[in-house]
Design a protein around this ligand. Sequence first.
Ligand code: ZN
Length: 314
Amino acid sequence: MLRQYDTSVTNAISFDLEHWHSATLLSDEVDDPVDHIADSVSIVLELLRRHDVRATFFIVGELADEYPGLVRNVADAGHEIASHGHTHTPLFDLTPDSFEAELQLSSRAIEDATGVEPLGFRAPNFSITRETRWAFPILESSGYQYDSSVFPVRTPMYGVFGAPVRPYNVSLDDPFSSSSESTARCELVECPLSVADTRFPLPIAGGFYARLLPVSVLKEGIDWLNRHGVPANIYFHPWELNPDVRIDCSMPKRFVSFTGIEKTEAKLDQLFTSFDFGTVRTMIENEATAGSVSRQNTVRFGRTDGTNHTEPRS
Ligand SMILES: [Zn+2]
């Protein structure tokens, strides 16, 4: 018998829109890559259309400059448009000044392509960590309403072990804590990537982890979060649904980059069938209704583009 899951919690699904070869592990493997961007995006848009799911697309600004029509199609399909930086440079390689310039350039490129001001940000390689916490006040002063870059795991490349798993208003004094003792919370909301503490901490947020793990384990993780009233926040890259991007490279790089790529679309098909999903923005609006984050954000969301793509599905 098929197991029934709770669909009263709307989870967030997002796609980081960048060239497949801009992944750190692959960037030096190809001289003249086929970009695959249009076919990868169309696989994702068709999958979302089949399930009537709206997603958030974190878009690299340079890509919006390069493919304005493609980015406009994503926005026209009712998906949320957010920023993934301008040049996909991790914050570890930026200064506060150059990060601020990246935000301005990416906002302008995305707005030029779509007419929509991005209000959400995701750092390339989840590079907002304790080392780059200077990013939070810059995001806030640049007009961003939320960030979704904190990964509460410890990995060699990124992660803030022990950070909250539920969206929270950031305290600029103590940005990786949602405890009530830290004061001076700002309107900027952090939406961490999902880790479910089932039998052991399980990074189910997507990408490599979701390609590696069986779909039953992903479902267990999302179910665990939802049973605790916490929405899951998971992400993929459009190219991770397109097996045509595979290239010959060393075994470790091949393993991290392409493991499970032929099954990603079918996994997402199953997740969309079993659980309710929407944009990151919808997740924040629902969290505001539940009283977990400040209401100011929902006001700003409504004012900015004048539309409402994000009604939770009934
Ligand atoms: Zn990225």
